[in-house]
Design a protein around this ligand. Structure first.
Ligand SMILES: O=C(O)CCC(=O)C(=O)O
Ligand SMILES: [Fe+2]
Length: 275
């Protein structure tokens, strides 16, 4: 495989500015082509691998902290609670802007009806330094797509996150100061009838140093039936996904994934795609 690295300039969604129509079209193109962009002027983040689920982020963090540290660690839980709440708010803001970028008044039309029951969970990951770096890098996290609507990632300054372009090239998603990375997940790809792309990505470790990341997955509720609204599909366009229940897809992925973070063989296209 070629080691040639191509980097791509992704748009930066600045939440301190109103969303300009010209920016919305840039964002919409990036979501179709890459499924990745940056967000800045949000709140600021943090740090090892455990899952913290909403809506009660405090209880979940505390349960993990009790196991991890075998002691009370309410400060840790407080920080994660705050982080979880901030990420919920941020995700709502971002999805509204993504909906705006899809079309006229889509935010008003679809936010309440479709996204109001979304929930989130955090994954804190510590990548331990590889003992040897072969062929320029080792895979820290194999190629996968996210089972979310959107994922908001804080990565430290080490770098290594890469996304796969439509023609199979790996592109670096460089750490960008004061910005988080946002990527579209499978649930939103299906909901948008493929207008928003959930791209494959992975983490490669190129240096013998620890890498920390914090990924927040914002997802539809388990029982939701995912079906792209007529307006989103567009008149005359074919539907490319059958309706499906969110939880059934999560179970499908679980049953097809080998290890915890192994390379995944199947995605939402295999599960619900109309061939
Ligand atoms: O560690 C990262 O930068 C990304 C992690 C990721 O893609 C995931 O947890 O799904
Ligand atoms: Fe991911």
């Amino acid at each position: 495989m070629s080691q040639l690295q191509i980097s791509v300039e992704l748009p930066v969604l600045d939440l301190s500015q109103p969303a300009h129509p010209s920016f919305l079209s840039t964002l919409s193109r990036a979501c179709q082509e890459w499924g990745f962009f940056y967000v800045t002027n949000h709140a600021s983040p943090y740090f090892e691998s455990l899952k913290v689920s909403g809506p009660d982020f405090f209880a979940s963090a505390k349960a993990s902290a009790d196991v991890l540290f075998a002691q009370q660690s309410s400060e840790f839980s407080e920080i994660l609670k705050e982080y979880g709440i901030k990420m919920m708010e941020l995700s709502k803001t971002i999805i509204k802007i993504i909906l705006m970028s899809l079309g006229n008044s889509y935010e008003r039309k679809f936010y309440d009806a479709e996204f109001i029951n979304c929930h989130g969970y955090l994954r804190l990951v510590n990548y331990t330094p590889p003992e040897m770096v072969e062929e320029n890098h080792v895979e820290g996290l194999g190629m996968h797509t996210d089972m979310s609507c959107i994922t908001v990632v804080y990565q430290d300054e080490i770098g290594g996150l890469q996304m796969r372009s439509k023609d199979g090239q790996w592109m670096d998603i460089c750490p960008c100061e004061n910005s988080l990375v946002v990527n579209i997940g499978d649930l939103l790809q299906a909901w948008s009838n493929g207008r928003l792309r959930s791209s494959e990505h992975r983490v490669v470790l190129k240096r013998q140093v620890n890498r920390l990341s914090l990924a927040f997955f914002w997802c539809f509720e388990d029982e939701k039936v995912i079906l792209a609204p007529e307006e989103v599909v567009g008149e005359g366009s074919p539907r490319i996904y059958k309706p499906f229940v969110c939880l059934d897809y999560l179970k499908f992925r679980e049953s097809n994934e080998e290890g915890k973070f192994e390379r995944i063989a199947y995605t939402v296209k295999d599960f619900a795609g109309i061939k």
